[in-house]
Ligand binder design. Structure first.
Ligand SMILES: [Zn+2]
Length: 225
C-alpha cells in the first residue's frame, strides 16, 4: 500500500469513529446505589439457584436483553425507597417458596429524564420473571393515568438503550408487558409455571417510540406466544 492509500484509510477510519461517537454519545448517569449488602447478595444467589437452577459464586449477569418499566410510584424518592431495602416488604422467611429478594432494577429514570444507576449493569436485579439472569432493567418514575411517562423519559430511555447496546451484545429490547412471550425461549429459566404476574408497563406507545428511535440495532423480534 502506498502512502496516499494509507492516509486515505486512516481518514476513513477516523471519520467512522467520529460518526459513531456522535450517534451514541454516552448519556449522563448519576450513580445512586441501592443497598447491596451481604444479605442482598445471598438472596440474589439464592434466587438464581432456586428459580433458575444457576449455581453461581457471584450474582452477575451477561446482558442480552433490556426491559423497560414504569414504577407506578409518583416520585423519584419514593421509587428509590421501594427498591432500596434488600428484602421484600412483608417478607416472611418461613415461607420457603417465596424469594425474599426485593425488586429493583439497574436504572431508574426520573420524570425530567435524569438517569440514575442503582446497581452495576452486570449485577442481577429482580425486575422480570424468568429473565433476570440476562436482562438489564430500566424503571421510569410514574406511569399512572395522572402521571403518564414524559417525553424526557422517552429520550433518556433511547439514550440508555443506545449506550447499553453499544456496550453489550443485546439481542432483545422489550416492554415488561411482553415478558411472557419468552416462556418457551432458551433464555427463559423460571421453573415455577404458576409464578406469573400480569404487566402493562411501560405501555405500547412508549415502547413504539423507543423502538423506532433505536431500530439501527436490529433487535430480534419478540417471539410469538
Ligand atoms: Zn415492570
Amino acid at each position: 500500500m502506498n502512502r496516499q492509500v494509507l492516509l486515505l484509510c486512516g481518514m476513513i477510519f477516523l471519520l467512522g469513529c467520529k460518526t459513531s461517537k456522535e450517534v451514541f454519545n454516552p448519556p449522563s448517569i448519576i450513580d445512586k446505589p441501592i443497598v447491596f449488602n451481604e444479605q442482598r447478595r445471598e438472596l440474589t444467589l439464592q434466587y438464581m439457584r432456586e428459580r433458575y437452577g444457576l449455581e453461581k459464586k457471584e450474582p452477575t449477569i451477561v446482558p442480552k436483553m433490556i426491559v423497560l418499566h414504569w414504577t407506578v410510584i409518583p416520585t423519584l424518592e419514593k421509587s428509590f425507597e421501594a427498591f432500596d431495602p434488600p428484602t421484600l416488604p412483608n417478607w416472611r422467611p418461613d415461607i420457603k417458596s417465596v424469594s425474599g429478594l426485593n425488586v429493583s432494577s439497574q436504572y431508574l429514570v426520573d420524570r425530567d429524564g435524569t438517569i440514575y444507576r442503582l446497581l452495576p449493569e452486570t449485577i442481577m436485579a429482580r425486575h422480570v420473571i424468568g429473565l433476570n439472569h440476562c436482562a438489564i432493567g430500566i424503571e421510569n418514575v410514574g406511569g399512572t393515568e395522572e402521571l403518564p411517562l414524559t417525553k424526557a423519559q422517552v429520550q433518556s430511555n433511547i439514550q440508555l438503550v443506545n449506550y447499553l447496546s453499544t456496550k453489550y451484545s443485546i439481542d432483545y429490547l422489550i416492554g415488561h408487558y411482553e415478558y411472557t412471550h419468552f416462556e418457551n425461549h432458551d433464555l427463559w429459566l423460571e421453573k415455577d409455571e404458576g409464578y406469573r404476574t400480569q404487566k402493562t408497563d411501560p405501555g405500547e406507545d412508549f415502547m413504539k417510540k423507543v423502538r423506532e428511535a433505536t431500530k439501527t440495532f436490529n433487535f430480534e423480534p419478540v417471539p410469538n406466544k
